[in-house]
Design a protein around this ligand. Sequence first.
Ligand code: PRP
Length: 191
Amino acid sequence: MKIEQAYEGSIERKIYSSDQIAATIDRLAARIAADFTGQPLLLLGVLKGALFVVADLSRAVGRVSGGPSEITVDFLCVSSYGNATRSSGEVRVLKDTGEMVTGRNVVVVEDIIDNGLTLDYLRGLLEERKPAVLRTCVLFDKPYHRQADVRLDYVGLQCPDEFVVGYGLDYQELFRNLPYLAQLKPWVFSS
Ligand code: PRP
């Protein structure tokens, strides 16, 4: 049995298909490309969740004519959820950026924003390093439990107030490789 088929027994419903996600990435890429025409751009993904967004977004920006003069991709790795389904509120940097941020045009790329504490923390951390421009891009916006008022520059899709997995998002480190966004069946949490 394929892993995707094995996952299907745990899926309550699909929320966004891979086609819907791809179209959204293209829309975000067009806006980012237009905003950084002729300028170098650093896309800074927040691992682990943003791995697919960055992979797809960086290539989508590259397909837009008249976009940035060059694109650099880097990652930092933070964790605030551990294995829980709600953020602990404590953000831990597990791996910092390799690229210098000072004086660069930086777009921080997230898979999802929920209470906003992760992005709020990262914005503070990165602003101290004096980038030329610092913007935020989130694929899925879950606005129901916000605890920090973070400015979002590029927003993809509204996420329902459910625990969601797929396209980089996990439950206990599983389901990240699902190509679509899905809601899990309740028994998955209680087992
Ligand atoms: C998730 C997600 C964001 C953060 C958003 O990461 O990727 O970074 O939570 O939540 P918040 O807005 O409530 O702070 P997580 O800590 O689960 O780590 P992961 O990306 O490695 O799965």
